[in-house]
Design a protein around this ligand. Structure first.
Ligand code: HEM
Length: 152
């Protein structure tokens, strides 16, 4: 039982890497595009990395809940319940803000005619970057809760 729990922690940490890794580099990939052609390629890369990130987040919550099932006393700890709540908020926040902006940006990159990146796109990217600050703050808070387990 102890070995299975440790195995789940290992999968959980791996899931955190593949879940968080890609989303932390998306803005760098997008900001480096200098014209529409490069932007189309940037969105292609993001399109390939996004599903990997979703698998990571899916695995994170699945392994996290499985550990809770194996050790139900976790549901009485502050850090676990707080992390779970923040994770749900994070999912809702990202899908209503960041994901929507990314979809509109992808749409522009596919339909815009011409070499120059339109102002409308740059505005969307800047709005996405502000939402990313909130997302990253939530991610860091969950990470700190995981490592220090306050109120254990
Ligand atoms: C951004 C999301 C998350 C990240 C980056 C993350 C990261 C981590 C890390 C690095 C550890 C190892 C900590 C240690 O052993 O010192 C850990 C452990 C753990 N995490 Fe997460 N986690 C996340 C989300 C979740 C969620 C949503 C849950 C609950 C459903 C969860 C439940 C757990 C549990 C139960 C442990 C094992 C604690 C133990 O017994 O030592 N995690 N997490």
């Amino acid at each position: 039982m102890y070995q299975l729990y440790t195995f789940l922690v290992g999968i959980h940490i791996f899931a955190a890497i593949i879940g968080l890794g890609p989303i932390l580099v998306f803005n760098q990939i997008l900001k480096n595009a200098g014209n529409m052609n490069e932007l189309k390629n940037a969105h292609k890369i993001i399109g390939k990395l996004n599903p990997l990130s979703s698998i990571g987040f899916g695995l994170l919550v699945t392994t996290g809940l499985l550990m809770g099932v194996m050790n139900p006393s976790l549901f009485k700890t502050v850090w676990y319940l707080l992390a779970l709540g923040l994770f749900i908020i994070l999912g809702i926040y990202s899908s209503f803000t960041i994901e929507r902006k990314l979809k509109s940006m992808l749409n522009i990159s596919e339909t815009h005619v011409g070499e120059n990146i339109p102002q409308e796109y740059i505005e969307l990217l800047n709005q996405k970057i502000s939402h990313d600050w909130v997302q990253n703050a939530l991610l860091i808070t969950i990470f700190i809760l995981m490592v220090f387990k306050p109120g254990n």
